[in-house]
Design a protein around this ligand. Structure first.
Ligand SMILES: [Zn+2]
Length: 214
């Protein structure tokens, strides 16, 4: 079994299993050996979500072994849907994640207070991951204190990437080409002043713990 080193990708990696690919629940067609996440992005909430969509999503999350995370879902104050609508969709997906024992991959834009409130309210036992983290070191510290994992992509603040404790660090390509993950590991290793192979082991340990614990 190949453990993914890229925890959030929108492209299939060169070899199946190297990345957790964000898949569309409506047209889920996994590759042999591939890993996936499914969810409803806050940008898509404004169209409204039908009961059939919710059922399909819940079924996939519950029954599909290749789906190792729920998301991306999240809260985005720049998205078209009103925040209460986004929160309702987010909470429902958080509940699916909790019931299935799978981690939650979160897209967060300018809604930190709301996310913290939901974390306190729902008290999840599954890991919550803020993906594509671009915040400053002080914000990274806050999320770490509240038990979150942080996943960094090509665009990030170096001081924040340096400050994250080893046991909460994840890396991802997101919208970039899947091949970008190699360069990102090199960059992150330089910033954190560790050997690249060592960083790879660290992140793989986290991936095993967060996504493959069941
Ligand atoms: Zn994404």
């Amino acid at each position: 079994m190949i453990l993914p080193t890229d925890i959030h990708a929108h492209h299939e990696p060169p070899m199946p299993g190297m990345a957790i690919v964000n898949a569309d629940p409506q047209s889920f067609s996994p590759r042999e050996g591939g890993w996936y996440s499914v969810g409803i992005h806050p940008w898509l909430v404004k169209e409204g979500i039908t009961d059939a969509q919710w059922q399909a999503l819940e079924h996939l999350i519950t029954d599909e072994k290749r789906i190792v995370a729920v998301g991306e879902t999240g809260l985005d104050k720049l998205a078209a849907a009103p925040l209460p609508l986004q929160e309702a969709a987010f909470v429902r997906q958080a509940q699916f994640a909790e019931a299935a024992g799978k981690p939650l991959v979160i897209h967060l834009v300018r809604a930190a207070d709301e996310l913290l409130r939901w974390k306190r309210e729902l008290r999840p036992s599954v890991p919550w991951i803020i993906h594509g983290f671009r915040g400053k070191e002080v914000q990274a510290d806050l999320w770490i204190r509240h038990g979150f994992y942080l996943s960094f992509g090509v665009r990030h603040q170096e001081a924040a990437l340096r400050a994250v404790p080893s046991d909460r660090l994840l890396l991802e390509t997101d919208e970039n080409e899947a091949a970008a993950i190699g360069g990102l590991y090199r960059q992150a290793a330089r910033i954190r002043q560790v050997a690249e192979a060592r960083l790879m082991e660290t992140v793989k340990d986290n991936v095993a713990k967060v996504f493959f614990k069941r």
